[in-house]
Design a protein around this ligand. Structure first.
Ligand code: SAH
Length: 383
């Protein structure tokens, strides 16, 4: 098929992608990026029957990585598909499994050789995938392993889905919960993230309920409000990590754009529109944000909101000198919040022996590969 013909066939499809793969250069489309409706359009353009779309979507959702696995499609249709499209599955380049709790951390290579990271964890209620939404991140949080190694590009919806599919096929386990808490800022890749969540929720596909999806953001307020209007009953987590702008400006540069007061105002609107309780994530860093007066300041700001606080002992990363708070400090912080009637949990630490905290494995890999050409950027938000 010529480039022009491929273009004609795929022209009604609304896939936003910046991927420059060899395949993409040839004008091919990643089938994992497409919804059932879009697959139908594609098939109609190819002069094929519409019902094939659900068959293809179902194969992809079951982790098919090659067209010849799609045995209920004719050979000629499979050939036609492979002329205009590809299945953008992930390639595992490293996998570490925690000896303590079986948490599995994957390093995946994308079609353009970029590297991302995903984690699969087991909780009492099943398996949870923590996935990346971007290659790198622009937010510049000083405690995060992804800071300083640059932002490369957004992930497409299919590349987000692909992380889950690969972990499912690799382990033979069904993933029932998904958290968008890996590398990247989901609300900085808004359209692709929304489309991914819809693909994930599709009854013809993985059928993961929105209530089993959590999206974590550093607080891009206008996008939080846009998300509220999508009316998807997901859980919104806000990475607050500080009780005041002075501390937050220091650890999270994005705060200079959206201050704590603006975020709280945005959260109030979000909960009013969605009726969904939000989570405030608070990573406790010794002597930075973990004092009782910090807890009190936070409690006064958020009391009465439809929200709960999740305290996280900060993960020490090589690139920052931040230290974890002591167990006693964490418990005192929790007690203080609870004395204001704020429901507070302490996040269970998983995969501590494999550095399961986001971005650390990828960082080592990127550094090892000497891909530090984009890495001399100073920490600081780049939006
Ligand atoms: N950009 C999004 C999601 C990715 S980071 C966000 O900011 O929420 C996922 C979560 O891990 C965020 O709450 C982030 O603040 C937190 N995080 C990053 N580095 C961490 C570290 N070293 N210790 C504890 N939490 C960390």
């Amino acid at each position: 098929m010529s480039g022009k013909e491929i273009e004609k066939t795929t022209k009604n499809l609304t896939v936003k992608t910046t991927v420059k793969t060899t395949e993409k250069k040839l004008g091919k489309i990643n089938l994992l990026d497409l919804s059932v409706d879009e697959l139908q359009t594609l098939l109609t353009n190819l002069g094929q029957q519409k019902f094939r779309a659900k068959q293809i979507f179902s194969w992809l959702s079951r982790g098919a990585e090659r067209f010849d696995e799609m045995t209920d499609l004719s050979k000629s249709l499979r050939e036609l598909l492979s002329n205009i499209s590809f299945i953008g599955s992930m390639k595992i380049i490293d996998k570490q499994i925690s000896k303590i709790d079986q948490t599995a951390k994957y390093l995946f290579e994308l079609n353009d050789n970029n590297i991302i990271e995903s984690v699969m964890m087991e909780y009492i209620h099943g398996y949870t995938a923590c996935i990346s939404t971007q290659v790198g991140c622009r937010m510049g949080c000083t405690f995060c392993a992804s800071t300083g190694i640059g932002f490369i590009r957004n992930l497409t919806p299919g590349e987000m889905l692909g992380q889950i599919l690969k972990m499912q096929t690799d382990t033979g386990k069904r993933i029932g919960n998904v958290v968008l808490m890996g590398i990247g800022e989901p609300l900085d890749n808004y359209d692709n993230v929304i489309k991914f969540m819809k693909l994930l929720n599709s009854p013809d596909g993985l059928n993961v309920g929105y209530r089993h999806v959590s999206l974590s953001t550093c607080g891009i307020v206008p996008k939080m409000l846009e998300l509220a209007n999508e009316k998807l009953p997901i859980t919104l987590s806000i990475s607050l990590h500080a009780p005041n702008d002075e501390i937050r400006n220091m650890t999270m540069p994005v705060n200079k754009l959206y201050s704590i007061d603006k975020i709280i105002e945005g959260c109030k609107i979000y909960t009013e529109v969605t009726k969904r309780r939000i989570t405030f994530e608070y990573a406790l860093i010794s002597e930075i944000n973990d004092s009782i007066s910090n807890a009190e300041e936070l409690a006064k700001k958020i009391k009465g909101m439809l929200a709960h606080v999740n305290l996280i002992p900060v993960n020490t990363v090589k690139t920052s000198s931040f230290k974890k708070s002591s167990r006693k400090q964490i418990l005192d912080f929790k007690n203080l919040l609870e004395s204001y009637g704020i429901e507070t949990t302490i996040r269970r630490e998983l995969g501590t022996d494999i550095e399961a905290a986001c971005g650390q494995l990828r960082r080592s890999e990127v550094e090892n590969k000497n891909k530090m050409d984009t890495c001399n950027k100073k920490p600081g938000v780049q939006i």
